[in-house]
Design a protein around this ligand. Structure first.
Ligand code: E4P
Length: 201
């Protein structure tokens, strides 16, 4: 299983690469804002950190963009900045056509904000490179998350989809382990989740 860091904090990312060799990075608009730097500056800095490696960095298209015409050129522009970039698109209906168009151009997409197996299935059908089911919010809402992940893994395997499953919005070590038991490919979590999880209780 791969561990991604969910952050846009450059020092934190450099630390996690050095300390426990994280496999990739996921950013989102909230993380970019928390970094205190302009969007383009921070994504270029993160790109430098992973240059020459196979580590991917998920970079999100403006979440206010809700049409094919808005999403596609922005996705292409971001993808051209670094070969490590995977373009994050929210799992909304207009995104599916964009994912297909990008896949045809070999631009990888992380279809994010997935809250149901049906959404995951459609993202995989569209050709998403990564799909990101969000589990933290569901568990807070009283839902059971291991079977949610297992369903998505089973659907992927039943139909031989190529998408890799990133379990996202992970809040603690038990959720990381649940994801591993459910055979997810990747988890993405903040630095504190890893550091607390690595400690001997
Ligand atoms: C993943 O790609 C997301 O950036 C992340 O997991 C969002 O989690 P949140 O619920 O902490 O915002």
């Amino acid at each position: 299983m791969q561990f991604f860091l969910d952050s846009a904090h450059v020092k934190e990312i450099a630390y996690a690469i050095d300390a426990f060799n994280i496999d990739g990075v996921t950013t989102n608009p909230r993380h970019i804002q928390a970094s205190g730097k302009p969007f383009m500056a921070v994504i270029r800095e993160i790109a430098k950190l992973v240059e020459g490696t196979s580590k991917t960095v998920s970079v999100e298209v403006n979440p206010h963009f809700m049409t094919y015409e808005e999403m596609l050129p922005e996705a292409e522009k971001l993808a051209a900045i670094s070969p490590n970039f995977v373009i994050k698109l929210q799992c909304v209906e207009p995104a599916f056509k964009v994912i297909e168009a990008l896949a045809k151009k070999d631009i990888r997409v992380n279809c994010t904000l997935i809250f149901s197996a049906m959404q995951a299935l459609q993202a995989m059908r569209s050709g998403a490179y990564y799909i990101s089911p969000f589990i933290g919010w569901k568990e807070t809402n009283g839902e059971e998350i291991r079977s949610f992940i297992e369903d998505i893994v089973t659907i992927r395997d039943n139909y031989d989809f190529d998408s890799q499953i990133i379990v996202a919005a992970v809040r603690n070590a038990r959720q990381v382990v649940d994801s591993a038991v459910a055979a997810a490919d990747i988890v993405t979590a903040g630095l504190a989740v890893y550091q607390e999880g690595f400690q001997h209780p």
